[in-house]
Design a protein around this ligand. Sequence first.
Ligand code: F6R
Length: 242
Amino acid sequence: ILDDPESVAEFAARRIAHVIAVAASRGRAGAIGVATGSSPLGTYRHLADLAAAGQLDLAHVSAFALDEYVGLPYDHPESYHAVIARTVTEPLGLDPALVHVPDGAATDPQAACARYEELIRGAGGIDIQLLGIGANGHIGFNEPTSSLTSRTRIKTLAQRTREDNARFFDSPDQVPIHCITQGLGTIADAGQALLVATGGSKAAAVAAMVEGPVTSMCPASVLQMHPHATVVVDDEAASRLT
Ligand code: F6R
């Protein structure tokens, strides 16, 4: 629990930089799992600063996004292809060929899900997965009732998630109904899980994730079973922890 969002972002960036440095010391480039949404933006800014200061070499690091809307063209400004390019690939100076996002525009989205699992496996897995949490306890787009062992698949977005994400679109009905998301089992395979949450709107979800039962009704609670999960929150997001 840290004082403010800035401290949360700095802590998360330093943790990711450390994991990449450890991978490099073992002769591996490393792979980071990246999230979209507001929560990780500060972390990306700090990572870009570390890279600019020469404290972090991301030249050969690969990245895997958690999720993508189904049906948006790649160049739609709110497709996660475009969002990841804008907020991660470009500012961090990643090699675009090493940055992967599920293919929500594929003619066969089911096959795209299987291909994504293959891509992650082929890269040797994800060293550290950065996560935000939805107000309903989702991670990735694994909405409540998601199987705790699920793999990358097509999901229907919860009404609450569509409402929360309407701020990125001109009108709420433009928010896609379906998505492709890494499953909870896929996320759990990452070497480390690093969840960041700030602000009072996340307090109930954070409390349910950390102190509630492990249940598919709070998908983030699956992190309780992860051998190396870190939850980094500011005072407001921690306000409902006992
Ligand atoms: C984004 C994602 C979602 C978000 C969550 C929180 O790729 O997978 O789980 O992390 O909806 O969103 P923000 O950070 O915008 O509150």
